[in-house]
Design a protein around this ligand. Structure first.
Ligand code: OOB
Length: 555
Protein backbone atom coordinates (compact mmCIF):
# COMPACT_ATOMS: atom_id res chain seq x y z
CA UNK A 1 0.00 0.00 0.00
CA UNK A 2 1.19 3.58 -0.18
CA UNK A 3 4.52 5.17 -0.81
CA UNK A 4 6.64 6.41 2.02
CA UNK A 5 8.94 9.41 2.01
CA UNK A 6 12.48 9.40 3.37
CA UNK A 7 11.22 10.45 6.80
CA UNK A 8 8.50 7.84 6.86
CA UNK A 9 5.98 10.59 6.15
CA UNK A 10 2.88 9.51 4.28
CA UNK A 11 3.22 10.83 0.79
CA UNK A 12 -0.21 9.45 0.04
CA UNK A 13 -0.86 6.94 -2.70
CA UNK A 14 -2.26 7.23 -6.20
CA UNK A 15 -5.68 7.03 -4.48
CA UNK A 16 -5.27 10.01 -2.16
CA UNK A 17 -2.73 12.77 -1.60
CA UNK A 18 -0.90 12.79 1.73
CA UNK A 19 0.74 15.71 3.53
CA UNK A 20 3.91 17.30 2.15
CA UNK A 21 7.00 15.79 3.85
CA UNK A 22 8.00 19.02 5.62
CA UNK A 23 4.53 19.41 7.16
CA UNK A 24 4.53 15.74 8.19
CA UNK A 25 7.91 16.19 9.84
CA UNK A 26 6.62 19.20 11.74
CA UNK A 27 3.58 17.29 13.02
CA UNK A 28 5.81 14.44 14.10
CA UNK A 29 8.39 16.71 15.77
CA UNK A 30 5.62 18.46 17.71
CA UNK A 31 4.40 15.08 18.99
CA UNK A 32 1.03 15.36 17.27
CA UNK A 33 1.68 12.38 15.05
CA UNK A 34 2.90 9.38 16.99
CA UNK A 35 4.01 5.92 16.17
CA UNK A 36 0.60 4.36 16.76
CA UNK A 37 -1.95 2.28 14.87
CA UNK A 38 -5.53 1.57 15.95
CA UNK A 39 -5.16 -2.20 15.73
CA UNK A 40 -2.81 -2.13 18.76
CA UNK A 41 -5.05 -0.06 21.02
CA UNK A 42 -7.15 -2.87 22.58
CA UNK A 43 -4.01 -4.92 23.43
CA UNK A 44 -2.23 -1.87 24.88
CA UNK A 45 -5.16 -1.01 27.12
CA UNK A 46 -5.75 -4.67 28.07
CA UNK A 47 -2.18 -4.76 29.36
CA UNK A 48 -2.56 -1.49 31.28
CA UNK A 49 -6.06 -1.99 32.75
CA UNK A 50 -7.37 -5.50 32.02
CA UNK A 51 -10.37 -5.35 34.34
CA UNK A 52 -11.57 -1.81 33.57
CA UNK A 53 -14.82 -1.66 31.61
CA UNK A 54 -14.23 -0.59 28.01
CA UNK A 55 -17.61 -1.06 26.36
CA UNK A 56 -21.26 -1.32 27.42
CA UNK A 57 -24.14 -2.27 25.12
CA UNK A 58 -27.35 -2.91 27.06
CA UNK A 59 -26.62 -5.78 29.43
CA UNK A 60 -23.44 -6.74 27.63
CA UNK A 61 -20.14 -5.47 29.03
CA UNK A 62 -16.56 -5.83 27.85
CA UNK A 63 -13.56 -5.23 30.05
CA UNK A 64 -10.45 -4.16 28.14
CA UNK A 65 -9.15 -7.71 28.30
CA UNK A 66 -12.45 -9.09 26.93
CA UNK A 67 -12.39 -6.45 24.20
CA UNK A 68 -8.87 -7.50 23.24
CA UNK A 69 -9.84 -11.18 23.21
CA UNK A 70 -12.85 -10.62 20.91
CA UNK A 71 -10.96 -8.27 18.59
CA UNK A 72 -8.18 -10.84 18.17
CA UNK A 73 -10.61 -13.67 17.42
CA UNK A 74 -12.53 -11.53 14.92
CA UNK A 75 -9.29 -10.47 13.30
CA UNK A 76 -8.28 -14.10 12.77
CA UNK A 77 -11.68 -15.01 11.37
CA UNK A 78 -11.71 -12.08 8.96
CA UNK A 79 -8.28 -13.16 7.77
CA UNK A 80 -9.51 -16.72 7.32
CA UNK A 81 -12.41 -15.31 5.29
CA UNK A 82 -9.84 -13.82 2.93
CA UNK A 83 -9.78 -10.19 4.01
CA UNK A 84 -6.36 -8.59 3.72
CA UNK A 85 -4.44 -5.44 4.44
CA UNK A 86 -5.66 -2.49 2.38
CA UNK A 87 -9.05 -4.08 1.57
CA UNK A 88 -12.00 -1.73 1.93
CA UNK A 89 -15.04 -2.90 3.91
CA UNK A 90 -18.32 -0.96 3.97
CA UNK A 91 -19.54 -0.94 7.56
CA UNK A 92 -23.18 0.05 8.00
CA UNK A 93 -23.96 -0.87 11.58
CA UNK A 94 -26.02 0.92 14.23
CA UNK A 95 -24.87 1.76 17.77
CA UNK A 96 -24.11 -1.79 18.86
CA UNK A 97 -20.95 -3.32 20.28
CA UNK A 98 -20.39 -5.25 17.04
CA UNK A 99 -19.49 -2.01 15.30
CA UNK A 100 -16.65 -1.32 17.75
CA UNK A 101 -15.35 -4.91 17.79
CA UNK A 102 -15.44 -5.27 14.02
CA UNK A 103 -13.85 -1.86 13.57
CA UNK A 104 -10.80 -2.75 15.68
CA UNK A 105 -10.53 -6.20 14.08
CA UNK A 106 -10.42 -4.52 10.64
CA UNK A 107 -7.77 -2.12 11.94
CA UNK A 108 -5.63 -5.01 13.17
CA UNK A 109 -5.85 -6.54 9.73
CA UNK A 110 -4.94 -3.23 8.08
CA UNK A 111 -8.29 -3.28 6.28
CA UNK A 112 -10.15 0.01 5.85
CA UNK A 113 -13.69 0.49 7.18
CA UNK A 114 -15.87 2.74 5.03
CA UNK A 115 -18.21 4.57 7.41
CA UNK A 116 -21.69 4.35 5.91
CA UNK A 117 -24.55 5.78 7.99
CA UNK A 118 -27.54 3.60 8.99
CA UNK A 119 -29.84 5.86 6.93
CA UNK A 120 -28.02 5.26 3.65
CA UNK A 121 -29.81 3.22 1.04
CA UNK A 122 -29.05 1.54 -2.28
CA UNK A 123 -28.06 4.71 -4.11
CA UNK A 124 -25.47 5.78 -1.53
CA UNK A 125 -24.10 2.29 -0.76
CA UNK A 126 -23.75 1.42 -4.46
CA UNK A 127 -21.78 4.61 -4.93
CA UNK A 128 -19.45 3.68 -2.06
CA UNK A 129 -19.02 0.15 -3.42
CA UNK A 130 -18.19 1.51 -6.86
CA UNK A 131 -15.60 4.03 -5.72
CA UNK A 132 -13.91 1.94 -3.03
CA UNK A 133 -14.22 -1.47 -4.75
CA UNK A 134 -15.01 -2.81 -1.28
CA UNK A 135 -14.65 -6.56 -0.79
CA UNK A 136 -17.10 -6.84 2.09
CA UNK A 137 -20.22 -5.20 3.48
CA UNK A 138 -21.25 -5.44 7.15
CA UNK A 139 -24.94 -4.92 8.00
CA UNK A 140 -27.46 -5.56 10.76
CA UNK A 141 -30.34 -7.84 9.74
CA UNK A 142 -32.87 -5.10 10.49
CA UNK A 143 -32.60 -1.72 12.11
CA UNK A 144 -35.16 1.08 12.55
CA UNK A 145 -37.78 -0.90 10.61
CA UNK A 146 -35.48 -1.42 7.62
CA UNK A 147 -34.32 -4.81 6.37
CA UNK A 148 -30.73 -4.48 5.10
CA UNK A 149 -30.50 -8.01 3.69
CA UNK A 150 -32.31 -7.47 0.36
CA UNK A 151 -30.22 -4.33 -0.13
CA UNK A 152 -27.01 -6.34 0.43
CA UNK A 153 -28.19 -9.12 -1.90
CA UNK A 154 -28.94 -6.61 -4.70
CA UNK A 155 -25.66 -4.90 -4.21
CA UNK A 156 -23.66 -8.12 -4.29
CA UNK A 157 -25.23 -8.96 -7.63
CA UNK A 158 -24.18 -5.62 -9.18
CA UNK A 159 -20.73 -5.33 -7.64
CA UNK A 160 -18.52 -8.35 -8.22
CA UNK A 161 -15.78 -6.92 -5.97
CA UNK A 162 -18.14 -7.36 -2.98
CA UNK A 163 -17.34 -10.93 -2.00
CA UNK A 164 -18.75 -11.08 1.53
CA UNK A 165 -21.79 -9.81 3.39
CA UNK A 166 -21.40 -10.00 7.15
CA UNK A 167 -24.74 -9.95 8.98
CA UNK A 168 -25.14 -9.04 12.63
CA UNK A 169 -28.26 -10.99 13.56
CA UNK A 170 -30.29 -13.34 11.38
CA UNK A 171 -29.04 -14.01 7.83
CA UNK A 172 -32.60 -14.97 6.90
CA UNK A 173 -31.25 -18.25 5.50
CA UNK A 174 -29.53 -16.51 2.59
CA UNK A 175 -26.60 -18.52 1.39
CA UNK A 176 -23.39 -16.60 1.01
CA UNK A 177 -24.14 -14.28 3.94
CA UNK A 178 -21.71 -14.68 6.82
CA UNK A 179 -23.35 -14.60 10.27
CA UNK A 180 -21.30 -12.33 12.54
CA UNK A 181 -21.45 -14.91 15.37
CA UNK A 182 -19.51 -17.44 13.29
CA UNK A 183 -16.61 -14.96 13.24
CA UNK A 184 -16.29 -15.26 17.02
CA UNK A 185 -14.75 -18.71 16.56
CA UNK A 186 -11.85 -19.13 19.00
CA UNK A 187 -10.49 -21.93 16.79
CA UNK A 188 -9.60 -19.54 13.97
CA UNK A 189 -5.88 -19.90 13.31
CA UNK A 190 -3.50 -17.13 14.37
CA UNK A 191 -2.45 -14.71 11.64
CA UNK A 192 1.16 -14.28 10.64
CA UNK A 193 1.23 -11.03 8.71
CA UNK A 194 2.71 -11.75 5.29
CA UNK A 195 4.16 -8.27 4.78
CA UNK A 196 5.36 -5.27 6.78
CA UNK A 197 3.18 -4.26 9.74
CA UNK A 198 0.43 -1.67 9.42
CA UNK A 199 2.07 1.78 9.53
CA UNK A 200 0.87 4.97 11.27
CA UNK A 201 0.69 6.78 7.92
CA UNK A 202 -1.49 4.12 6.30
CA UNK A 203 -5.10 4.74 5.42
CA UNK A 204 -7.11 3.74 8.51
CA UNK A 205 -10.69 4.60 7.52
CA UNK A 206 -12.81 6.40 4.95
CA UNK A 207 -15.37 8.90 6.21
CA UNK A 208 -18.19 10.35 4.13
CA UNK A 209 -18.60 14.04 3.48
CA UNK A 210 -21.96 15.75 3.35
CA UNK A 211 -21.12 16.36 -0.29
CA UNK A 212 -21.71 19.43 -2.41
CA UNK A 213 -21.09 18.10 -5.88
CA UNK A 214 -23.71 15.47 -6.54
CA UNK A 215 -22.20 12.39 -4.92
CA UNK A 216 -20.89 11.83 -1.39
CA UNK A 217 -17.13 12.27 -1.27
CA UNK A 218 -14.78 9.94 0.58
CA UNK A 219 -12.35 11.30 3.12
CA UNK A 220 -9.10 9.42 3.72
CA UNK A 221 -8.01 9.39 7.36
CA UNK A 222 -4.74 7.83 8.51
CA UNK A 223 -3.97 6.18 11.85
CA UNK A 224 -1.71 8.99 13.03
CA UNK A 225 -3.98 11.84 11.98
CA UNK A 226 -7.19 10.29 13.30
CA UNK A 227 -5.59 9.20 16.58
CA UNK A 228 -4.38 12.78 17.04
CA UNK A 229 -7.87 14.11 16.23
CA UNK A 230 -9.29 11.98 19.08
CA UNK A 231 -6.45 12.75 21.51
CA UNK A 232 -6.51 16.51 20.96
CA UNK A 233 -10.28 16.54 21.50
CA UNK A 234 -9.95 14.33 24.60
CA UNK A 235 -7.45 16.79 26.07
CA UNK A 236 -9.83 19.73 25.67
CA UNK A 237 -12.59 17.60 27.24
CA UNK A 238 -10.21 16.44 30.01
CA UNK A 239 -11.00 12.78 29.46
CA UNK A 240 -9.26 10.22 31.64
CA UNK A 241 -9.69 6.61 32.75
CA UNK A 242 -12.72 7.63 34.85
CA UNK A 243 -14.58 9.13 31.89
CA UNK A 244 -17.76 7.45 30.68
CA UNK A 245 -18.81 8.50 27.16
CA UNK A 246 -22.34 7.87 25.90
CA UNK A 247 -22.61 7.40 22.12
CA UNK A 248 -26.01 8.80 21.17
CA UNK A 249 -25.56 9.94 17.54
CA UNK A 250 -24.64 7.26 14.97
CA UNK A 251 -21.30 5.64 15.82
CA UNK A 252 -20.08 5.96 12.23
CA UNK A 253 -20.33 9.77 12.42
CA UNK A 254 -16.95 11.48 12.93
CA UNK A 255 -18.38 13.44 15.88
CA UNK A 256 -19.27 10.23 17.76
CA UNK A 257 -16.22 8.34 16.62
CA UNK A 258 -13.39 10.68 17.47
CA UNK A 259 -14.33 14.16 18.69
CA UNK A 260 -13.35 12.76 21.25
CA UNK A 261 -16.07 10.12 21.11
CA UNK A 262 -15.40 6.41 21.13
CA UNK A 263 -11.75 6.56 20.16
CA UNK A 264 -10.83 9.45 22.46
CA UNK A 265 -12.45 7.60 25.38
CA UNK A 266 -10.78 4.25 24.68
CA UNK A 267 -7.41 5.95 24.14
CA UNK A 268 -7.84 7.51 27.61
CA UNK A 269 -8.79 4.16 29.17
CA UNK A 270 -12.39 5.21 29.89
CA UNK A 271 -15.73 3.50 29.25
CA UNK A 272 -17.88 3.77 26.12
CA UNK A 273 -21.63 3.23 26.54
CA UNK A 274 -23.73 2.77 23.41
CA UNK A 275 -27.23 4.22 23.26
CA UNK A 276 -29.44 2.22 20.88
CA UNK A 277 -31.47 5.33 20.10
CA UNK A 278 -31.05 9.11 20.38
CA UNK A 279 -34.38 9.46 22.18
CA UNK A 280 -33.95 11.43 25.41
CA UNK A 281 -35.82 8.77 27.43
CA UNK A 282 -33.30 6.08 26.49
CA UNK A 283 -30.25 8.31 26.72
CA UNK A 284 -31.09 9.93 30.07
CA UNK A 285 -31.82 6.53 31.60
CA UNK A 286 -28.39 5.36 30.46
CA UNK A 287 -26.72 8.48 31.86
CA UNK A 288 -28.22 7.71 35.26
CA UNK A 289 -27.58 3.96 35.16
CA UNK A 290 -24.02 4.05 33.82
CA UNK A 291 -22.93 7.30 35.51
CA UNK A 292 -22.10 8.86 32.16
CA UNK A 293 -19.75 11.86 32.37
CA UNK A 294 -19.86 13.14 28.78
CA UNK A 295 -22.07 12.77 25.73
CA UNK A 296 -22.71 14.44 22.38
CA UNK A 297 -25.89 15.44 20.56
CA UNK A 298 -27.02 17.72 17.73
CA UNK A 299 -29.11 20.91 18.16
CA UNK A 300 -32.53 19.44 17.24
CA UNK A 301 -32.25 17.03 20.18
CA UNK A 302 -31.54 19.79 22.70
CA UNK A 303 -35.17 20.92 23.34
CA UNK A 304 -36.23 17.29 23.88
CA UNK A 305 -33.41 16.66 26.32
CA UNK A 306 -34.24 19.85 28.22
CA UNK A 307 -37.92 18.93 28.42
CA UNK A 308 -37.20 15.36 29.47
CA UNK A 309 -34.83 16.43 32.25
CA UNK A 310 -36.91 19.33 33.60
CA UNK A 311 -39.00 17.18 35.93
CA UNK A 312 -35.83 16.10 37.75
CA UNK A 313 -36.90 12.43 37.61
CA UNK A 314 -33.46 11.33 36.47
CA UNK A 315 -30.28 11.73 38.48
CA UNK A 316 -27.95 13.32 35.95
CA UNK A 317 -25.37 14.43 38.50
CA UNK A 318 -22.58 12.36 36.89
CA UNK A 319 -22.88 14.29 33.61
CA UNK A 320 -20.09 16.88 33.46
CA UNK A 321 -20.14 17.83 29.76
CA UNK A 322 -22.78 17.96 27.05
CA UNK A 323 -21.29 18.45 23.61
CA UNK A 324 -23.59 19.99 20.99
CA UNK A 325 -22.59 20.26 17.35
CA UNK A 326 -23.04 19.33 13.68
CA UNK A 327 -25.33 22.32 13.08
CA UNK A 328 -25.66 25.82 14.50
CA UNK A 329 -26.98 25.86 18.06
CA UNK A 330 -29.15 28.93 18.68
CA UNK A 331 -27.62 31.17 21.38
CA UNK A 332 -30.87 31.24 23.40
CA UNK A 333 -31.14 27.48 23.46
CA UNK A 334 -27.48 27.26 24.42
CA UNK A 335 -28.12 29.46 27.47
CA UNK A 336 -30.74 27.07 28.84
CA UNK A 337 -28.49 24.00 28.83
CA UNK A 338 -26.29 24.55 31.87
CA UNK A 339 -29.05 25.66 34.30
CA UNK A 340 -31.39 22.83 33.26
CA UNK A 341 -29.00 19.92 32.88
CA UNK A 342 -26.48 21.03 35.50
CA UNK A 343 -23.49 20.25 33.28
CA UNK A 344 -21.09 22.24 31.13
CA UNK A 345 -22.07 22.92 27.54
CA UNK A 346 -19.39 22.44 24.94
CA UNK A 347 -20.03 23.62 21.38
CA UNK A 348 -18.52 21.50 18.65
CA UNK A 349 -17.96 22.70 15.10
CA UNK A 350 -16.34 19.92 13.14
CA UNK A 351 -16.24 18.29 9.75
CA UNK A 352 -15.41 14.82 8.47
CA UNK A 353 -12.65 16.49 6.40
CA UNK A 354 -10.76 17.34 9.59
CA UNK A 355 -10.71 20.67 11.42
CA UNK A 356 -12.38 20.42 14.79
CA UNK A 357 -13.33 23.40 16.97
CA UNK A 358 -14.42 23.12 20.59
CA UNK A 359 -15.25 25.60 23.29
CA UNK A 360 -13.09 24.99 26.36
CA UNK A 361 -14.60 23.81 29.63
CA UNK A 362 -13.35 26.99 31.31
CA UNK A 363 -14.31 29.46 28.56
CA UNK A 364 -16.57 32.29 29.81
CA UNK A 365 -20.29 31.50 29.58
CA UNK A 366 -20.93 34.05 26.87
CA UNK A 367 -18.24 32.53 24.62
CA UNK A 368 -19.63 29.03 25.20
CA UNK A 369 -23.15 30.14 24.31
CA UNK A 370 -22.37 32.30 21.30
CA UNK A 371 -19.38 30.72 19.53
CA UNK A 372 -18.59 27.33 18.07
CA UNK A 373 -15.18 27.07 19.69
CA UNK A 374 -11.54 27.17 18.67
CA UNK A 375 -9.39 24.73 16.69
CA UNK A 376 -8.19 21.91 18.95
CA UNK A 377 -4.61 21.86 17.68
CA UNK A 378 -1.95 24.59 17.88
CA UNK A 379 -0.91 23.32 14.42
CA UNK A 380 -4.33 24.01 12.87
CA UNK A 381 -4.00 26.87 10.39
CA UNK A 382 -7.14 28.89 9.87
CA UNK A 383 -7.81 31.63 7.33
CA UNK A 384 -10.99 33.65 6.99
CA UNK A 385 -11.15 35.08 3.48
CA UNK A 386 -13.43 37.39 1.51
CA UNK A 387 -14.75 36.78 -2.00
CA UNK A 388 -11.43 37.89 -3.49
CA UNK A 389 -9.57 35.26 -1.49
CA UNK A 390 -7.72 37.69 0.77
CA UNK A 391 -7.94 37.53 4.55
CA UNK A 392 -10.61 39.65 6.27
CA UNK A 393 -9.97 41.27 9.68
CA UNK A 394 -11.23 39.58 12.86
CA UNK A 395 -14.92 40.24 13.42
CA UNK A 396 -15.70 40.23 9.69
CA UNK A 397 -17.45 37.43 7.88
CA UNK A 398 -15.56 35.30 5.37
CA UNK A 399 -15.09 31.76 4.17
CA UNK A 400 -13.12 29.47 6.48
CA UNK A 401 -10.05 27.84 4.91
CA UNK A 402 -7.91 25.42 6.86
CA UNK A 403 -5.01 23.01 6.82
CA UNK A 404 -3.38 21.07 9.60
CA UNK A 405 -2.26 17.76 11.08
CA UNK A 406 -5.64 16.02 10.78
CA UNK A 407 -7.24 17.85 7.84
CA UNK A 408 -7.24 16.07 4.50
CA UNK A 409 -5.15 17.25 1.54
CA UNK A 410 -7.47 15.72 -1.03
CA UNK A 411 -10.41 13.33 -1.39
CA UNK A 412 -10.13 9.60 -2.01
CA UNK A 413 -10.00 8.69 -5.71
CA UNK A 414 -11.22 12.15 -6.75
CA UNK A 415 -8.25 14.16 -8.09
CA UNK A 416 -10.68 16.32 -10.07
CA UNK A 417 -11.85 17.95 -6.84
CA UNK A 418 -8.40 19.34 -5.99
CA UNK A 419 -8.91 22.63 -7.79
CA UNK A 420 -12.37 23.42 -6.46
CA UNK A 421 -12.00 22.25 -2.86
CA UNK A 422 -8.39 23.18 -2.05
CA UNK A 423 -6.19 26.20 -2.54
CA UNK A 424 -2.87 25.79 -4.32
CA UNK A 425 -1.06 25.73 -1.01
CA UNK A 426 -3.17 22.94 0.40
CA UNK A 427 -5.86 24.74 2.39
CA UNK A 428 -9.23 22.98 2.43
CA UNK A 429 -12.10 25.30 1.48
CA UNK A 430 -14.72 24.45 4.11
CA UNK A 431 -17.57 26.33 2.41
CA UNK A 432 -18.53 27.68 5.86
CA UNK A 433 -18.95 31.39 6.49
CA UNK A 434 -17.51 32.34 9.86
CA UNK A 435 -16.50 35.28 11.95
CA UNK A 436 -13.36 35.01 14.06
CA UNK A 437 -13.04 36.78 17.40
CA UNK A 438 -9.68 38.15 18.55
CA UNK A 439 -9.61 35.20 21.02
CA UNK A 440 -9.59 32.82 18.05
CA UNK A 441 -13.11 31.57 18.67
CA UNK A 442 -15.18 31.04 15.54
CA UNK A 443 -18.82 31.82 15.09
CA UNK A 444 -20.54 30.08 12.18
CA UNK A 445 -22.85 32.48 10.37
CA UNK A 446 -23.72 30.65 7.16
CA UNK A 447 -22.36 28.80 4.21
CA UNK A 448 -21.19 29.30 0.66
CA UNK A 449 -21.43 25.63 -0.25
CA UNK A 450 -24.67 24.27 -1.66
CA UNK A 451 -25.50 22.08 1.26
CA UNK A 452 -28.57 21.89 3.44
CA UNK A 453 -27.90 21.14 7.10
CA UNK A 454 -31.06 19.44 8.28
CA UNK A 455 -30.39 19.41 12.01
CA UNK A 456 -26.91 17.96 11.48
CA UNK A 457 -27.77 15.65 8.57
CA UNK A 458 -26.15 17.07 5.48
CA UNK A 459 -28.03 17.12 2.19
CA UNK A 460 -26.35 17.83 -1.09
CA UNK A 461 -28.78 19.89 -3.17
CA UNK A 462 -27.29 18.84 -6.52
CA UNK A 463 -27.62 15.16 -5.76
CA UNK A 464 -31.31 15.43 -4.85
CA UNK A 465 -32.06 17.72 -7.82
CA UNK A 466 -30.69 15.13 -10.22
CA UNK A 467 -33.14 12.59 -8.84
CA UNK A 468 -36.06 15.01 -8.85
CA UNK A 469 -35.45 15.69 -12.53
CA UNK A 470 -35.93 11.98 -13.21
CA UNK A 471 -39.58 12.36 -12.14
CA UNK A 472 -41.74 12.40 -15.31
CA UNK A 473 -43.87 15.30 -14.02
CA UNK A 474 -40.95 17.62 -13.20
CA UNK A 475 -39.34 19.82 -15.85
CA UNK A 476 -36.99 21.73 -13.62
CA UNK A 477 -36.02 21.45 -9.93
CA UNK A 478 -34.00 23.31 -7.34
CA UNK A 479 -33.54 22.37 -3.69
CA UNK A 480 -32.82 25.08 -1.12
CA UNK A 481 -32.74 25.42 2.66
CA UNK A 482 -35.46 27.22 4.59
CA UNK A 483 -35.37 28.09 8.28
CA UNK A 484 -37.08 25.52 10.49
CA UNK A 485 -37.81 25.99 14.18
CA UNK A 486 -36.83 22.42 15.11
CA UNK A 487 -34.22 21.35 12.57
CA UNK A 488 -32.61 24.75 12.06
CA UNK A 489 -33.00 24.15 8.34
CA UNK A 490 -35.36 22.06 6.28
CA UNK A 491 -35.34 21.43 2.53
CA UNK A 492 -37.69 23.04 0.03
CA UNK A 493 -37.92 21.76 -3.54
CA UNK A 494 -38.95 24.36 -6.11
CA UNK A 495 -40.30 22.58 -9.15
CA UNK A 496 -41.51 23.62 -12.59
CA UNK A 497 -44.20 21.24 -13.83
CA UNK A 498 -46.31 21.26 -16.99
CA UNK A 499 -49.01 19.08 -15.43
CA UNK A 500 -50.02 18.22 -11.86
CA UNK A 501 -47.46 19.00 -9.19
CA UNK A 502 -46.28 15.97 -7.20
CA UNK A 503 -46.71 16.35 -3.42
CA UNK A 504 -44.13 15.74 -0.71
CA UNK A 505 -45.37 12.21 -0.03
CA UNK A 506 -45.28 11.23 -3.66
CA UNK A 507 -41.78 12.62 -4.04
CA UNK A 508 -40.62 10.93 -0.84
CA UNK A 509 -41.70 7.52 -2.13
CA UNK A 510 -40.34 8.29 -5.61
CA UNK A 511 -36.92 9.06 -4.12
CA UNK A 512 -37.07 6.08 -1.79
CA UNK A 513 -37.69 3.80 -4.75
CA UNK A 514 -34.66 5.30 -6.43
CA UNK A 515 -32.65 4.12 -3.41
CA UNK A 516 -32.06 7.48 -1.75
CA UNK A 517 -31.79 7.86 2.03
CA UNK A 518 -35.11 9.07 3.50
CA UNK A 519 -33.68 12.22 5.10
CA UNK A 520 -32.91 13.62 1.63
CA UNK A 521 -36.59 13.81 0.59
CA UNK A 522 -37.78 17.46 0.41
CA UNK A 523 -39.69 18.63 3.47
CA UNK A 524 -41.79 20.92 1.25
CA UNK A 525 -42.56 21.21 -2.43
CA UNK A 526 -43.35 24.53 -4.07
CA UNK A 527 -44.44 24.87 -7.70
CA UNK A 528 -43.28 27.90 -9.68
CA UNK A 529 -43.89 29.05 -13.25
CA UNK A 530 -40.21 29.30 -14.12
CA UNK A 531 -36.90 29.27 -12.34
CA UNK A 532 -35.43 32.66 -11.43
CA UNK A 533 -32.04 33.06 -13.11
CA UNK A 534 -28.88 34.96 -12.25
CA UNK A 535 -27.40 37.36 -14.83
CA UNK A 536 -25.18 34.52 -16.08
CA UNK A 537 -28.15 32.23 -16.52
CA UNK A 538 -27.76 29.96 -13.48
CA UNK A 539 -30.65 29.14 -11.16
CA UNK A 540 -30.81 31.99 -8.68
CA UNK A 541 -30.74 30.06 -5.41
CA UNK A 542 -30.56 33.22 -3.33
CA UNK A 543 -33.88 34.35 -4.79
CA UNK A 544 -35.37 30.92 -4.11
CA UNK A 545 -34.07 30.87 -0.54
CA UNK A 546 -35.59 34.30 0.01
CA UNK A 547 -38.87 33.08 -1.44
CA UNK A 548 -38.81 29.93 0.70
CA UNK A 549 -38.24 32.07 3.77
CA UNK A 550 -40.98 34.62 2.92
CA UNK A 551 -43.66 32.19 1.85
CA UNK A 552 -42.63 29.74 4.51
CA UNK A 553 -41.99 27.55 1.49
CA UNK A 554 -45.54 26.39 1.11
CA UNK A 555 -46.95 26.00 -2.36
C1 OOB B 1 -19.96 17.35 11.38
O1 OOB B 1 -19.35 16.85 10.26
P1 OOB B 1 -19.97 16.81 8.79
O2 OOB B 1 -18.86 16.41 7.92
O3 OOB B 1 -21.22 15.99 8.78
O4 OOB B 1 -20.45 18.27 8.44
C2 OOB B 1 -19.56 19.36 8.47
C3 OOB B 1 -20.31 20.66 8.28
C4 OOB B 1 -19.47 21.88 8.55
O5 OOB B 1 -18.68 22.22 7.43
C5 OOB B 1 -20.56 22.90 8.86
O6 OOB B 1 -21.17 23.32 7.68
C6 OOB B 1 -21.57 22.10 9.63
O7 OOB B 1 -21.38 20.75 9.23
N1 OOB B 1 -21.37 22.18 11.09
C7 OOB B 1 -21.79 23.22 11.86
C8 OOB B 1 -21.43 22.90 13.20
N2 OOB B 1 -20.81 21.69 13.18
C9 OOB B 1 -20.79 21.28 11.88
N3 OOB B 1 -22.40 24.37 11.56
C10 OOB B 1 -22.67 25.22 12.58
N4 OOB B 1 -22.37 24.97 13.87
C11 OOB B 1 -21.75 23.83 14.24
N5 OOB B 1 -21.44 23.61 15.53
O8 OOB B 1 -21.04 17.88 11.37
C12 OOB B 1 -19.17 17.21 12.64
C13 OOB B 1 -17.97 16.54 12.65
C14 OOB B 1 -17.24 16.43 13.82
C15 OOB B 1 -17.73 16.99 14.98
C16 OOB B 1 -18.93 17.66 14.97
C17 OOB B 1 -19.66 17.78 13.80
Amino acid sequence: MGTTSVHGAPAGTPDWPGWPPEAAQRYRDAGHWRDEVFGDLPARQAAARPQAVALVDGDRRWTYSALEADVEVLHRSLHRLGLRRGDRVIVQLPNRAEFVLLWFALQRLGAVPVHALPGHRRHEIAHLARITEAVAYAIPDRHARFDYRPLAADLGADHPSLRHTIVVGDTGGRTGFVPYETLLDPQAPAVTPPGPPVAPGDLALLLLSGGTTGTPKLIPRTHQDYAYNARAAAEVCRLDADSVYLAVLPVAFNFTMSCPGILGTLQAGGTVVLSPSPSPGTALELIEREKVTITAINPPLVPYWLRESEDGRRDLSSLAVLQVGAARLADDLARRIEPTLGCRLQQVFGMAEGLLNLTALDDPGEIVCSTQGRPVSPADEVLVVGRDGTAVPDGHVGELLTRGPYTLRGYYRSPELARTHFTEDGFYRTGDLVRRLPTGHLSVVGRVKEQINRGGEKIDATEVEEHLLAHPGIDSAALVAAPDPELGECSVAFVVCAGPVPGTRELASFLRERGLAAYKAPDRVAAIGRMPLTPVGKTDKNALRERARRADGRA
